[in-house]
Design a protein around this ligand. Structure first.
Ligand code: GNR
Ligand code: NI
Length: 168
């Protein structure tokens, strides 16, 4: 397995819209395994393919305490089943070191395919619902900082650009 480099805001590749996965093969399985390894290594609870510069509709999540409940969502779609919003202090592996409050629908129903292409459905609430919506946003080229004021977003962009220059 291998660790994959994670793109960081304001990299324009994070703005690409991902295409559906159509082929379920060995190569896809290797990619999924590498995404889990990369996510666990970075101590994230989710990772979208967009973040590793693969523009396919694929994401991995593990919100469990013991990091023993990996979930793979391929070609995910969700509908809101409760319009009530809930706030969560979000972070992102592509926006390292920054956290801020985002409001999203509390309860969703997700339809997706698993790593073998088998369709499944599940309902989600709490942190899992937050994480799925955060990851599906990545597939649409959207980041949690887009929900913040432009002033906050600009501040974050400038700080990260400075960091990137230092390490370049
Ligand atoms: O690791 C992550 N933590 C997190 C915390 C609150 C809301 C969303 C997330 S997702 C993030 C990993 C990530 O960047 N996924 O795209
Ligand atoms: Ni993220």
């Amino acid at each position: 397995m291998s660790l994959l480099p994670i793109l960081e805001f304001p990299d324009s590749r994070l703005r690409k819209i991902a295409s559906p996965v159509t082929v379920f093969d060995e190569k896809l399985e290797v990619l999924i395994d590498n995404m889990f390894e990369t996510m666990y290594n970075a101590q994230g609870i989710g990772l979208a393919a967009t973040q590793i510069d693969v523009h396919k509709r694929l994401l991995v999540i593990d919100v469990s305490e013991n990091k023993d409940s990996p979930l793979t969502f391929i070609n995910p779609e969700f509908e809101v089943i409760e319009n009530e919003l809930s706030e969560y202090d979000e972070g992102c592996l592509s926006v390292p070191g920054f956290y801020d409050t985002v409001s999203r629908p509390q309860r969703i129903k997700v339809r997706a395919q698993d790593r073998l292409g088998q369709a499944f459905e599940m309902e989600a609430d709490g942190i899992l619902a937050v994480c799925i919506q955060h990851e599906v946003d990545h597939l649409e080229g959207k980041l949690f900082v887009d929900y913040l004021s432009s002033l906050k977003r600009q501040r974050i962009r400038k700080k990260l650009e400075k960091e990137h220059k230092k390490s370049a």
